[in-house]
Design a protein around this ligand. Structure first.
Ligand SMILES: [Zn+2]
Ligand SMILES: [Zn+2]
Ligand SMILES: [Zn+2]
Ligand SMILES: [Zn+2]
Length: 257
């Protein structure tokens, strides 16, 4: 369930801010308290809040006599006292983002914002930032959308890693596919997750050769022997420090560019 809520207080109130100086306002205002304790007090005029405190250390509210609210941050304090209450409520809140599908668990909208979230039940799926979410027609059997992620090949996997694992798919394709480029090492590169997906030497820690798997599709072989990746903005070697020349033909491979 979504446990984040936006608190809203509305009514004729007095707002007192204290910090470097003291201000006091009276009016019929609406106050919004966000889950990160940011407090925004709005009147009818303009878009700017009358008073605000971003990410307060503490916010306490009380329904006594309408409502009161006290927010504190360092030496700043924002107090609100209601003279006449129009509303005092908590509303469930989620992140907002473009809709990418429908939640198979609850039917709510799935939106993309730093991962994919259901706006109704709060289910969350981690998604690589470069992933493309596919349309309804290519949904997984579990009902979730699939994402397309390029890691050497274009992989289409379920949003839920427990359902279809991107790591397993990339491993199946590329584990032990390339030799460690260290001259004195006879190791293979294994596909591992170390934060992100990497191709790392099997002889670690004796050999610490390892490369983050680039976001892109393999389009050739570098003169160093490792594959090159088409990243959409150019070709690069698996080894980001290697001179990024994709060589396809032997003549070019020996050329002195
Ligand atoms: Zn849901
Ligand atoms: Zn699935
Ligand atoms: Zn090695
Ligand atoms: Zn190279």
């Amino acid at each position: 369930m979504i446990d984040d809520a936006i608190r809203v207080l509305a009514g004729d109130c007095t707002v007192i801010t204290e910090g470097t100086d003291r201000q006091e306002y009276r009016g019929r205002m609406t106050t919004v308290v966000k889950p990160d304790n940011t407090v925004l007090v709005h009147d009818i005029d303009g878009y700017q809040p009358v008073a605000w405190l971003t990410r307060a250390d503490s916010v306490s509210s009380d329904r006594a006599d309408g409502f009161t609210l006290v927010a504190k941050k360092d030496t700043q304090t924002l107090r609100i006292a209601a003279h006449d209450q129009d509303g005092f409520a908590h509303y469930p809140a989620s992140v907002a983002g473009p809709v990418v599908g429908t939640c198979p668990d609850c039917g709510g909208a799935l939106v993309r914002s730093n991962g994919v979230h259901c706006v109704d039940c709060g289910d969350h799926y981690g998604v690589p930032t470069d992933a493309t979410i596919r349309g309804d027609a290519s949904n997984c059997d579990c009902g979730l959308p699939r994402m397309r992620v390029e890691r050497g090949l274009a992989f289409d996997v379920c949003l839920d890693r427990d359902c279809e694992s991107l790591d397993e798919a990339v491993s199946e394709a590329f584990d032990r596919e390339w030799n460690c480029p260290e001259p004195d090492c006879d190791g293979d590169l294994r596909i591992l997750r170390r934060g992100g997906l990497i191709a790392g030497c099997e002889h670690y820690p004796d050999c610490d050769t390892g490369f983050a798997m680039p976001a892109g599709v393999i389009d050739g072989q570098c003169r160093c022997g490792l594959p090159t990746f088409d990243t959409g903005s150019g070709t690069r070697c698996l080894d980001a420090t290697c001179d990024p020349i994709g060589e396809r033909s032997p003549e070019q491979a020996t050329g002195d560019d």
